[in-house]
Ligand binder design. Sequence first.
Ligand code: FES
Ligand code: FES
Length: 159
Amino acid sequence: MARKIRMTVNGEKRQLEVEDNELLAEVLRDNLGLTGVKMGCESGNCGVCTIVMEGEAVLSCSILAPQADGSEIITVEGLSKMHEGEGLHPIQEAFIDNHGVQCGYCTPGFLMSTYALLKENSNPSEDEIRKAVAGNLCRCTGYDKIIKSIKSASEMMDG
Ligand code: FES
Ligand code: FES
């Protein structure tokens, strides 16, 4: 059955018609063109579909679109708007500077998990960082450069 939902996505109010069984990830990608929301396992195991919903990092492949009705969502496309300066968000800058990106497929998910973490905890320990991104898989970097990127982002933002 189709139903109307309303969401605020990257600061813009959106009204959409969705099917009961449509995934939020599909709706963000296919209906709103937000293809920075990646699809991988589609079963909650890889983290590439991570977005921020109501301030929490969530897996958009594990949420039905109707469940997002009324919510506030940030995807990687909106990340650069979530800070006061111009240009890329400091988290994005830190990933570039510290070589936290190789093929880039996992990157939007890591960025959004990092954003949610640093909103809650501006100076996380390495353990806290590793725990926060434990659900995000990366086949390229071996993780160390990603952890370094997140630490560097926290220092840039905290300072
Ligand atoms: S696509 Fe959502 S966790 Fe893998
Ligand atoms: S950079 Fe390629 S999967 Fe992470």
